[in-house]
Write a protein that binds this ligand. Structure first.
Ligand SMILES: CC(C)(COP(=O)(O)OP(=O)(O)OC[C@H]1O[C@@H](n2cnc3c(N)ncnc32)[C@H](O)[C@@H]1OP(=O)(O)O)[C@@H](O)C(=O)NCCC(=O)NCCS
Length: 173
């Protein structure tokens, strides 16, 4: 469990299923977050829970629910997939909870945790070209924009260009 000013980050639980089905149907999530099935059904949410559980058990991926401290509600998703000393981070904040500093707190907390506790040498993230919110968020937290990877991401059957960002252990503030 990781704690920020207004959020608590914890592992996914069965009771998150209902909210995550609604969250994954949001057009902004469908547009910018690859690999989320559309439509997103209860079965998809259950498979994700299983995948998240396995990731933790095998130390290959660490998926967290972002919850609001005051209400206990689940308001976002953030996770790190690990390949050797490199971690890849992905996230989204549920519609209706954006622009309130949740993404920033979550990205800072999980980045620090991944670099310090997992001992990673590099944390990276990709945002599709045009995803201004995610790119600005990454830079605000201290990630460096490295360049555009052409046709890097498959999203909804199409290849999309992505911007690669990275954060090294001595760069987290
Ligand atoms: C990207 C996303 C996670 C940002 O989360 P958030 O909780 O709204 O972000 P915050 O409120 O913490 O904002 C932190 C900073 O990010 C940047 N930012 C966030 N939303 C922005 C927007 N719509 N336009 C421009 N910059 C934005 C700003 O620099 C902001 O700092 P500021 O408020 O001082 O200007 C959220 O917009 C989202 O879930 N989008 C849809 C899914 C997605 O794109 N996921 C990322 C895939 S790579």
């Amino acid at each position: 469990m990781l704690e920020g000013d207004s959020i608590v980050i914890r592992r996914w639980q069965e009771r998150d299923i209902e909210d995550s089905i609604v969250a994954c149907a949001d057009p902004e999530v469908v547009r910018w977050v690859p690999r989320i099935p559309t439509p997103y059904r209860e079965q998809d949410a259950r498979e994700f829970l299983e995948h998240a559980k396995r990731g933790w058990e095998e130390s290959t991926a660490f998926d967290f629910a972002i919850t609001e401290r005051a209400s206990g509600r689940t308001v976002g998703s953030i996770g790190v997939a690990v390949n050797g000393a490199v971690g890849e981070i992905g996230y989204f904040v549920f519609a209706g909870h954006r622009r309130r500093g949740i993404g920033e707190q979550a990205l800072r907390l999980v980045s620090r945790w991944a670099l310090e506790e997992l001992g990673l040498a590099r944390l990276q993230l990709t945002a599709m070209v045009g995803n201004v919110a995610s790119a600005q968020l990454a830079e605000k937290v201290g990630f460096t924009r490295e360049g555009v990877l052409r046709a890097w991401i498959e999203n909804r059957g199409e290849r999309a260009d992505a911007i690669m960002f990275s954060l090294l252990p001595d760069e987290i503030d």
